[in-house]
Write a protein that binds this ligand. Structure first.
Ligand code: ACO
Length: 402
């Protein structure tokens, strides 16, 4: 009911673009997406090649520093991260204060925010050495924080990192291992999780990354900015969608597997009923990451001998949706979140951890984008304009006269 054109005239020349449907907030050399063609590249390298041949730490290096590392550079980067995986003992005690049933996402964002109280020597956003120290600390400590958030939720003791292990293996052991008990990381699980992290590592100006930039534009430090990004990722329309997909599949299964009935409810636009894991602001074609995840889900469930009727429901949903004009005309295809939850579930992660796994993967992208912004010669604080729709000027009315 708002007359936008009248408001625009009143405000003068501003761009009115709710949801930033058509507004670029930055120029960036990191990630390229062609949403119509379904193309995604990090620093020019196609996502399918990176998913198949690279590794998460190599991709992190690529995103953050702009080039693929030499073997020596990658070894040095990996070693440096390895040396910073421990949490300060005082930070470890933070976890005691959260309720047992706390969702691990706000636990993660709180602990990341708290890092800036422990590393006050590395908060200057314009000091290259300090930014580098913060970069390494984040990459090293976030997996430890994530697994502690999980251990807290199941009431098990925390495990210290084992730095003889690789990045993902270490995270898996801290998450699923139990003190004084041998825990052998399944190499298939570690490899697939590493690949999923690669697929999530950056996605240009999505909601959480744009948030990291917005917070950083006030010259807030990297820990504070990334903590804000974790909170933005938590929402069900963004990273929270991977948890929401599994909830949707469970609901359909509990309903006797009535896929057509569910799709009807989506098409009728029943309050709160969406086909979660479908649709994307930028992709108007199959999300290239979803294609890779779908194949991985089929392989992993087969190789782990964990057939899951929810995979059949998901595939049927996709088939029904892609043959239906409602979805076709709106260019709604599966996005990265549609099949990831099934893999995480097969690996033993509870639904509440799914979005945390997304955060672990997205971390290098947040860092790379924040660093890119901070080195811009003319950094401007992010500060949108508005169209005012409130009351005109009116005199104050004392309380006894209202
Ligand atoms: N199910 C049913 N209808 C949908 C869906 C969906 N998942 N997504 C979009 N639509 C419909 C909308 O109702 C709208 O229809 P209309 O034109 O009749 O009003 C049309 O498609 C356009 O959708 P918008 O919501 O305007 O598209 P927008 O770009 O704003 O939203 C978003 C993109 C948030 C991803 C949306 O598709 C969505 O909510 N999807 C489900 C949640 C999800 O999977 N999020 C993860 C995104 S990827 C990521 O963060 C990793």
């Amino acid at each position: 009911g708002v007359d936008v054109s009248a408001l625009l005239k009143e405000t003068g020349y501003v761009t009115y673009d709710p949801g930033f449907m058509n507004t670029a907030n930055t120029a960036s050399a990191i990630t390229y997406i062609d949403g119509d063609a379904g193309i995604l590249r990090y620093r020019g390298y196609p996502i399918d090649q990176l998913a198949e041949k690279s590794s998460f730490l190599e991709v992190s290096y690529l995103l953050i520093y702009g080039e693929l590392p030499t073997q020596t550079e990658l070894a040095a980067f990996t070693d440096e991260i390895r040396m910073h995986t421990l949490l300060h003992e005082d930070l470890r005690r933070f976890f005691d204060g959260f309720p047992r049933d706390a969702h691990p996402m706000p636990v993660l964002s709180s602990a990341v925010s708290a890092l800036s109280t422990f590393y006050q020597d590395s908060l200057d956003p314009f000091d290259a050495d300090q930014v580098q120290a913060t970069t390494i600390r984040l990459l090293a400590k976030v997996p430890t924080i994530a697994s502690y958030a999980y251990k807290k939720s199941i009431g098990q003791p925390f495990l210290y990192p084992d730095n003889s292990l690789g990045y993902v293996e270490n995270f898996l052991r801290m998450t699923f291992g139990v003190p004084a008990t041998q825990y052998d990381v399944d190499p298939v699980v570690a490899k697939v999780l590493d690949m999923l992290f690669v697929l999530h590592a950056d996605h240009e100006q999505n909601c959480s990354t744009a948030t990291v930039r917005m917070v950083g534009s006030s010259q807030a430090n990297l820990f504070a900015s990334v903590s804000a990004g974790v909170n933005a990722l938590f929402g069900p329309l963004h990273g929270g969608a991977n948890q929401a997909v599994l909830e949707m599949l469970n609901e359909i299964q509990a309903d006797g597997g009535d896929v057509d009935g569910f799709v009807r409810r989506v098409k009728n636009k029943e309050q709160g009923v969406k086909l979660m894991g479908f649709g994307h602001r930028v992709y108007k074609n199959y999300d290239p990451r979803a294609a890779i995840v779908k194949k991985a889900a089929q392989d992993v469930l087969e190789r782990m001998h964990k057939p899951d009727p929810l995979l059949d429901i998901a595939m049927k949903l996709e088939q029904v949706a892609l043959a239906d004009d409602f979805f076709v005309s709106r260019k709604l295809y599966p996005n990265v979140d549609f099949y990831t939850g099934l893999i995480y579930k097969a690996m033993g992660f509870p639904q509440k951890m799914f979005t945390v796994l997304f955060a672990l993967g997205r971390l290098p992208g947040w860092i790379a984008q924040w660093r890119e912004m901070m080195t811009e010669p003319n950094l401007k604080i992010g500060r949108p304009r508005q169209l005012y729709t409130g009351a005109p000027e009116r005199p104050y009315v004392p309380a006894d006269q209202r």
